[in-house]
Design a protein around this ligand. Sequence first.
Ligand code: PHE
Length: 446
Amino acid sequence: MTEDNRPKFSTKFGVIAATVGSAVGLGNIWRFPYEAGAHGGGAFLLVNLICVVLIGIPVVCAEFLMGRSSRRNIFGAMSSLAPRGGKWWRLAGFLGVASGTLILSFYAVVAGWTLEYLFQSVTGNLTAAGVRESHTEFSAFTAGWRCVFWTVVLLAINAMVVLRGVQKGIEKASNLMMPLLFVLLIVMAVNSLLLPGADTGLRFLFSPDFSQMNSATILSALGQAFFSLSVGLGTLTVYGSYFPADTRIVRSASIMAGLDTMVAIIAGVIIFPAVFSFGMEPAAGPQLIFEVLPDIFSQMAGGAVWSTLFFLLLLIASLTSTISLTEVGVAFCVERWHMSRPKALAATIGFVTFFGIFCALSFGPLSSLTVSGMTIFDIFDYVTSNIFLPLGGMLVSIFVGWIVDSATVDYELRPAPRFLRGMIVFLLRYLCPLAILAVFINNLLG
Ligand code: PHE
């Protein structure tokens, strides 16, 4: 496809809505609070912020510019931007596409849970459950085939949007959903702040406890930054390939990272005051949102309304992210294998549904199928977030820092001031790959 007939986002707002939509998702509202809860609250937040600014933003810029200058998906971008067709670099691109599909497989399962919880909230069942039954209900729900059903429903909604293409599907859906998401976030945060004892939750979130900090905290904070910013697997490359020529890459990357981090912090502000106010455990792990929050909603005044709003928020956040993940596979199939968009979509969704079912069943029928204590779901989550994404991020930074023609990089980063462009290239060349490597090695030895 040439530059001219490739679809593009039609407005500046569309660019921001789509990229922030990809970034803001379960990673902010589901993953960030339990990771922070498990790794010393504020200490985790601080390390996460450093990772976002020094490593995240440069890699986001790198992905955007790879997409825009090549007008291709990550596989095609790595082949066309590397000298001599980038035989080896294409493999890195392929790793990106593969990890996108794997992430989507477990991500769609959790996003499917939000559909069930939204449904239960609207019908009033969720908040009628009463204290401590939420735990049993969550286990019963995730152990059964019902959660497979919701995974499939979620993927179907997702497919309907992606089928309509870049402007009428992705951009339009993001333009509608992102403003609603911010309104919901603010309303819910105000409600949490008004709860008695909210300050204990805020102190937990914001005061760093450095005694909890070790190499695992740093790896998790980096993994979280990558996961949350959607970097390392080509999502942002494919979105970058739809940027109009006048989109300012550094500015867009900074706005995206800023809003993404803000949403994670607001999610913390919604969740921790409520957790402490109702005397619950902050380090409840991946179940924090699905077990602890329903208990809280069932004791809160107007709980059914709050739980409906909360799970609607979570659904919107996860949909805009699954859309971007699906587009990675779709763009790859269209460009590499010349499939039509509907066929490429069917292939991607078919693949994801297959793996998704295994992930969904790992809470029930397949729960005994484990490797060193991890279920299939845990393996997908761990391997993609802690290995594939950082590895992908490292390859992207080396690629743009060292391999892509530096005049192209500089041109794409304009009109950012010269100092900033130089700084980004410096970080991509040295700090990003070395920091990611150091965290890896440290974790392997530790
Ligand atoms: N950034 C998304 C989130 O925070 C997840 C995601 C990861 C989406 C990688 C696309 C690519 O939920």
